[in-house]
Design a protein around this ligand. Structure first.
Ligand code: FO1
Length: 310
């Protein structure tokens, strides 16, 4: 039986870990279940930022500095849009635009997001199975001191400045896991399930909100291991720490362990952190993933921790 690794992931940080896994095992043994709570319609186009970040990263086409979008991008569309007074708060590069146009046309023709995503992955020879969490719409809505904001309005337009009091995932109650998602989690060939170091509240919780997914994780035979998004009491990236504080949580490993309590069997932490009082098994490595070597090291350490929990 060929072993598989299943990863629950958001965009930038998770994509680095998935790329790391592809350095230490065959890519076609990796299944990525991707957050689509960030998806939205913009200028009439269906945008799936986390799926695209994963596709660009795995196809080695990502803008490594920004983490999202394509490398060597040109911006003629944005300049033309601006000249006509169009909404320019969300940057769409000329090459990136092609993905959104093709996706929108396919979705309008009645194809599922999972089908379209698989077509893109095949076109770029991406071995990893990139699965949206659901083909049904789920929208992350952030309740803030400026009112309810759709995720991209909060994250990109308002640069995470508003104070957050609650987060909800609209449509999640009715959403069905996309084809292959529950099957991958429960597959006897799956030897580990990994929760990427993505934002627990904004990137992983939307996946867990899709009916059936957290139950499948709780009942899985394979160990579930999370990679900490917190290092030395600070977020590895993005608004995680600010959000934790606003939600009344301490910015600490124990908050992460508590957040995933009952779901995870192990937590990979940074070598500088203390994992002794987390109430869950832990292992440590240098968790920052700047280079490809770093990514492979974190992937190897994650798999090694899972191996001890089997
Ligand atoms: N993130 C930004 O901070 N600013 C942008 O203008 C922006 C545009 C964008 C276009 C396509 C795409 O696939 C992603 C894009 N992102 C942008 C990233 C996106 O907002 C992600 O949802 C976040 O990085 C969270 O994962």
């Amino acid at each position: 039986m060929t072993e598989k690794i299943v990863v629950l992931t958001g965009g930038v940080g998770g994509a680095k870990l998935v790329l790391g896994l592809c350095q230490v095992m065959p890519a076609d043994q990796v299944v990525a279940i991707v957050n689509t709570g960030d998806d939205f319609e913009h200028l009439g186009l269906n945008i799936s930022p986390d799926i695209d970040t994963l596709l660009y990263t795995l196809a080695l086409k990502a803008d490594r500095e920004k983490g999202w979008g394509r490398a060597d991008e040109s911006w003629n569309f944005m300049a033309a849009l601006r000249s006509l007074g169009g909404e320019d708060w969300f940057q769409l590069g000329d090459g990136d635009l092609v993905l959104h146009i093709l996706r929108t046309a396919q979705l309008r023709a009645g194809h599922a997001l999972s089908t379209v995503t698989a077509q893109f992955a095949a076109a770029w020879n991406i071995g990893v199975s990139v699965l949206p969490m659901s083909d049904d719409p789920v929208a992350t809505i952030v309740t803030t001191d400026e009112g309810d904001l759709a995720f991209q309005r909060y994250f990109v337009e308002r640069r995470c400045m508003p104070q957050v009091s609650a987060i909800r995932f609209e449509g999640a109650g009715m959403a069905r896991a996309a084809p292959g998602v529950l099957e991958a989690i429960t597959d006897p060939a799956t030897s580990a399930i990994v929760i990427a170091p993505s934002n627990p509240y904004l990137s992983i919780d939307p996946i867990l909100s899709v009916p059936g997914i957290s139950d499948a994780l709780r009942n899985s035979v394979a160990p579930v291991v999370a990679v900490s998004p917190i290092v030395g009491g600070k977020a590895v990236k993005g608004p995680t720490a600010k959000l934790m504080a606003e939600l009344g949580q301490s910015v600490s490993l124990s908050t992460i362990a508590r957040h995933y309590e009952g779901l995870i069997d192990g937590l990979l932490i940074d070598s500088g952190d203390d994992g002794s009082a987390l109430g869950v098994a832990s292992a440590a490595t240098d968790i920052m993933m700047n280079s490809l070597t770093d990514r492979a090291r974190v992937a190897r350490a994650t798999l090694a921790l899972a191996q001890t929990l089997r």
